[in-house]
Design a protein around this ligand. Structure first.
Ligand code: NAD
Ligand code: UDP
Ligand code: UDP
Length: 343
């Protein structure tokens, strides 16, 4: 039931990032928590393609089996239904810890569960990393900067976060997850990596998860008005998912703990985003204004100098290039097989 650690793989994982991606001598055994979700499933595709053995751990709260179904017959792939709030015993070389609802609609749905996932779930995965000597990567978020008073956001900025608001279960949960990660690193010598991910979009996002890109794209395809919250002048920076996955893998294989901002510095107001969606899908798509949600950050844009300098990483795909790839996936799911939405 338990796995033997792959010692050769472990050495290459610990070799200080000198071995380029894809040129490792032996495959690694890797856990991806939240691997049936949007980002996780794209990461799994890359790891499997690289020759690694991947165990996905997911409770399917927002993830879907369909996202990883194409690997089910692969002997190097394993899918475990498990909630990371409960302890887990595995023998692995690396842990990519993604399990956590990411859309505000999902994480506000059960805030106590969200903070438990971030705190207890992260503690368990760090305990696992400590026990087996695995390298641990936390997917943190730009939300740790809150409603930022510095623009663009640099990793050294400590943020402006409301500790008692409706977003706090996520923001403060991730901040605590970062704290735990650093304390296991300093206190127990666990090899850790921290990524602060900025808004990411692409194929396989949940269609009705309430995030702005998925909302606008689904609405424009269904000929419904695009719902702009507030005055639509708030900004976000949108990163295509393949750029993020490349950044996460470079971070894991490299020698730097972080935190690293991983995001696309191209900044758009929500009205500008609606315009790009109109250009991509339907020039006649209408816009409808709705009241904004509480504690909505006014602006967000990553400073990615650190990731450029230390990981040699920067995003390659602009919003206008990436959006059509997401639209064709959404078109299929909105007008095609509706069953997959029910997982
Ligand atoms: P997602 O909701 O598609 O994926 C999250 C996955 O975690 C899902 O498969 C879900 O079922 C699983 N999960 C949730 N709670 C769990 C639990 N208690 N136990 C086991 N599995 C659980 O979201 P995503 O966009 O793929 O985000 C992945 C990670 O990246 C998250 O940690 C998120 O906070 C972080 N992140 C994402 C973005 C973004 O824009 N997508 C931005 C910042 C940070
Ligand atoms: N843990 C886990 N899998 C492991 C090792 C630990 O899920 O392989 C959990 C464990 O149940 C505990 C948490 O991780 O709740 C922290 O473990 P650690 O050993 O650091 O702390 P302790 O058990 O001493 O509190
Ligand atoms: N937003 C919007 N219309 C929508 C959904 C979201 O205008 O249908 C806005 C939201 O108010 C926020 C921005 O888009 O200012 C990004 O929201 P999202 O939920 O995608 O992610 P966040 O960055 O807030 O976590």
């Amino acid at each position: 039931k338990y796995y033997e650690p792959l010692r050769v793989g472990l050495q290459s994982a610990n070799s200080g990032g000198k071995i380029p991606l894809g040129l490792k001598s032996k495959s690694l055994r890797i856990v991806v928590t939240g691997g049936a979700g949007f980002v996780g499933s794209h990461l799994v595709d890359r790891l499997i393609a690289r020759g690694d053995s991947v165990i996905v751990v997911d409770n399917f709260f927002t993830g879907r089996k369909e996202n990883v179904m194409h690997h089910l017959k692969n002997p190097r792939f394993e899918l475990i239904r498990h909630d990371v709030v409960e302890p887990l015993l595995l023998e692995v070389d690396q842990i990519y810890h993604l399990a956590c609802p990411a859309s505000p609609v999902h994480y506000k749905h059960n805030p106590v569960k969200t903070i438990k996932t971030n705190v207890v779930g992260t503690l368990n995965m760090l305990g696992l990393a400590k026990r087996v000597g695995a390298r641990f990567l936390l997917t943190s978020t730009s939300e740790v900067y809150g409603d930022p008073l510095q623009h663009p956001q640099v990793e050294t900025y400590w943020g402006n976060v409301n500790p008692i608001g409706v977003r706090s279960c996520y923001d403060e949960g991730k901040r605590t997850a970062e704290t735990l990660t650093m304390d296991y690193h300093r206190g127990a010598g666990v090899e850790v990596r921290i990524a602060r991910i900025f808004n990411t979009y692409g194929p396989r996002m949940c269609i009705d998860d309430g995030r702005v890109v998925s909302n606008f794209v689904a609405q424009a395809l269904r000929k419904e008005p695009m719902t702009v919250y507030g005055d639509g002048k708030q900004t976000r920076s949108f990163q295509f998912v393949s750029d993020l996955v490349e950044g996460l893998m470079r971070l894991m294989e490299g020698e730097h703990v972080g935190p690293f901002n991983l995001g696309n510095p191209g900044e758009f107001t929500m009205l500008e985003l609606a315009q790009v969606v109109q250009e991509t899908i339907d020039p006649n798509a209408r816009i409808e204004f709705r009241p904004n949600t509480e504690d909505d950050p006014h602006k967000r844009k990553p400073d990615i100098t650190k990731a450029k300098d230390l990981l040699g990483w920067e995003p390659k795909i602009s919003l206008r290039q990436g959006l059509p790839m997401m639209v064709s996936d959404f078109r299929q799911r909105v007008f095609g097989d509706h069953k997959e939405e029910g997982t």
